[in-house]
Design a protein around this ligand. Structure first.
Ligand code: ATP
Ligand code: MG
Length: 474
C-alpha cells in the first residue's frame, strides 16, 4: 500500500474517532443537563401550581381547568386514599389508566404527608417524570389530597434531537473536510518521500546522475541534499575507479611493451651472433647491444619492484641520520665519468658534513635518477648537484643546461612510463619510470618536489629533507 494512503487512513481513523467521541460525549452531557434542568423547573412549576390550587377562589375544579389549558404539564389530583379525583384538561396518560394510585406510591405519599408535608416527592417512570405535592385545599387540614404534576420525557428530550442532528451533520461535514485535508496533507508528505525513494533506487541501480530537486527547507530538503551529495560523491568515486582502472590497463600495456622491445632486440642479436662469417668487431658490437638491453630490462624490474614496495610496504623507507657527503661520494665518480664522456661540466657543491634524516639508499636512488636524467637530457653544457641547509631542512637540487621540458608535460612527468619524447627516451635506454620512482620515494619522506624547466635552457629539480641530529649512521 502506498505511503500516501497509509497516512490518509491513519489520519482519518484518528480524526473520525476523535470527532465521534466528542459528539457522543456532548449528547450524553446535554441529555443529563436537560433532564436536571427540567426536574428543577418542574419542581418550581409544581410548587406554583400547588399554591394556585390551594388559594383558588373560584374553586379547585375551575382553577385546574384553567391551569390545564395553559400549562405544558399533565396534572392530576389523587385523594388521600389513592383514588383519582381530578384530571386537568389536556392531560394525557396513555400508559397509566388505572384510577388507583399504585400501592408503593400511595405509601410514599402517606409517609410524606406525615413526615414532611411541604416537601415534594419525585418519581420517574419509563416515559415520564413526576412531582407530587401535598395539597391542602380543604377547610379541614386533615382532608388533604395529592397534586401530581408530570411530563413526558420525550418532550424534555426534544431539543436533544435537534442538537443531535446539528452534531451529526457537523460530524459528517468535519469528516468530509478531514478526508479532503488529510488527502492533500498526506500528498504533501508522501510526495517528497516518493521522490527520495525513486532517486535512491536509481542510485542503488548505479545511476549516480540523479539529482533530487525538492524546493523545501524541512528535513526532507536536508535529506534530498544529502542524497544529492552522496550521488555526486559516488559519481566522483566511480570516475576515479574508471580512471584508475584505465591507468592500470595502460600500466600493464606499457610494461609488456617495455619488455617486448628489448627481448626482440636480444633475440635478433642472438640470431646474428650465430652467423659464421661475422667479424669479431661486429660480434663485439652486437654483444654489447644485447648486454645493454639486458641491463635495461634489469633496471626496469628494479624500478617496478621499488614502485610496488612503495605502494604496499609500510616499511618502504627506514630513515636514519647520515652525512650528505657519504651519499655524494658514491655517485660523483660514476657520473663525473659519464658527464666527461659527453663533454659536460659536472659540479657538486655543498658542505659534506651536513646531517640529513632520511633513508640513505632510497635518497641515493633519487639522486641517481635525477643526475642520470640531467646527463641524459643535456647534449652540451653543465650539470650541477648542490645542497644547502635552510632552518630545519636541507634543500637538494639537481640542475642542468639541457633540452628542458615543455610546460604541458610537467604535471604528468611523475606518472609511471611517462616520457615527453618516447622515441628519443627509449633510444637512450629510458623506460619512463625514473621520475615515478623519485616521486614515490620523496612522497614516503613527505618531501615535496619542485621543477623549474624551460625548453632549450635547462631544468632544475629541488626537494627538501629534514636535517638530521645525533650520530650519523652508515
Ligand atoms: P628511466 O629514467 O626510467 O630510464 P626516463 O628517463 O625516460 O626513463 P624519467 O626519468 O621518468 O624517464 O623521465 C621522464 C621524462 O621526463 C623523460 O623521458 C624526459 O622526457 C623528461 N625528463 C626528465 N628529466 C629531464 C631533464 N633533466 N631534462 C629534460 N627532460 C627530462
Ligand atoms: Mg630517467
Amino acid at each position: 500500500m502506498r505511503i500516501q494512503y497509509k497516512l490518509s487512513i491513519t489520519f482519518i481513523l484518528l480524526l473520525v474517532f476523535g470527532v465521534t467521541a466528542i459528539s457522543s460525549y456532548s449528547i450524553v452531557f446535554i441529555r443529563g443537563y436537560l433532564m436536571s434542568e427540567a426536574e428543577l423547573n418542574m419542581e418550581a412549576d409544581a410548587a406554583q401550581i400547588r399554591i394556585s390550587l390551594e388559594n383558588s377562589s373560584p374553586g379547585l375544579h375551575e382553577m385546574l381547568g384553567y391551569i390545564g389549558r395553559e400549562t405544558v404539564y399533565n396534572i392530576r389530583i389523587w385523594s388521600r386514599d389513592g383514588m383519582l379525583t381530578e384530571t386537568a384538561p389536556g392531560s394525557e396518560y396513555l400508559n397509566e389508566t388505572n384510577p388507583n394510585l399504585q400501592p408503593e406510591i400511595a405509601a410514599l405519599l402517606a409517609q410524606m404527608a406525615s413526615e414532611n408535608p411541604s416537601e415534594p416527592v419525585y418519581r420517574r417512570s419509563s416515559d415520564r417524570f413526576f412531582v407530587y405535592y401535598l395539597l391542602n385545599d380543604k377547610p379541614e387540614p386533615a382532608e388533604y389530597s395529592f397534586l401530581e404534576v408530570s411530563r413526558l420525557k420525550s418532550e424534555i428530550y426534544r431539543p436533544v434531537h435537534t442538537i443531535r442532528w446539528i452534531i451529526y451533520s457537523g460530524m459528517f461535514i468535519s469528516i468530509a473536510i478531514i478526508l479532503f485535508v488529510s488527502f492533500i496533507f498526506s500528498q504533501y508528505l508522501a510526495q517528497p518521500i516518493l521522490a527520495l525513494t525513486r532517486a535512491s533506487m536509481k542510485i542503488a541501480d548505479g545511476d549516480t546522475t540523479q539529482i533530487i530537486s525538492l524546493n523545501r527547507t524541512d528535513e526532507f530538503g536536508t535529506l534530498a541534499q544529502s542524497i544529492n551529495k552522496m550521488a555526486a560523491r559516488l559519481q566522483e568515486d566511480n570516475k576515479q575507479l574508471v580512471r584508475s582502472s584505465e591507468r592500470q590497463k595502460q600500466f600493464y600495456a606499457d610494461i609488456s611493451h617495455e619488455i617486448r622491445n628489448p627481448l626482440h632486440t636480444i633475440s635478433g642479436t642472438l640470431e646474428i651472433l650465430q652467423l659464421d662469417n661475422l667479424s669479431q668487431e661486429k660480434r663485439n658490437k652486437f654483444m654489447k647491444s644485447a648486454h645493454n638491453q639486458v641491463e635495461r630490462l634489469n633496471r626496469l624490474f628494479q624500478d617496478l619492484m621499488t614502485l610496488q614496495k612503495s605502494d604496499l610496504d609500510s616499511n618502504f623507507i627506514q630513515p636514519k641520520p647520515f652525512l650528505i657527503g657519504d651519499l655524494a661520494d658514491g655517485f660523483i665518480q660514476i657520473y663525473q665519468q659519464m658527464a666527461q664522456s659527453k663533454g659536460l661540466d659536472f659540479q657538486v657543491t655543498g658542505n659534506e658534513n651536513i646531517l640529513v634524516y632520511a633513508d640513505k639508499d632510497r635518497i641515493a636512488q633519487v639522486l641517481d635518477n635525477l643526475v642520470s636524467n640531467a646527463i641524459k637530457y643535456t647534449p652540451e653544457g653543465a650539470v650541477q648537484v648542490s645542497w644547502t641547509t635552510s632552518g630545519q631542512y636541507v634543500e637538494i637540487s639537481v640542475s642542468d643546461s639541457g633540452i628542458g621540458i615543455q610546460k604541458e608535460h610537467i604535471p604528468n612527468l611523475f606518472d609511471r612510463f611517462y616520457r615527453t619524447d618516447k622515441a628519443r627516451s627509449r633510444d637512450s635506454g629510458g623506460t619512463g619510470l625514473g621520475l615515478a620512482v623519485v616521486k614515490s620515494i620523496l612522497d614516503a619522506h613527505q618531501s615535496v618536489i619542485e621543477i623549474d624547466s624551460s625548453p632549450g635552457t635547462g631544468t632544475s629539480i629541488r626537494f627538501t629533507l629534514p636535517a638530521g641530529k645525533g650520530i650519523p649512521q652508515q
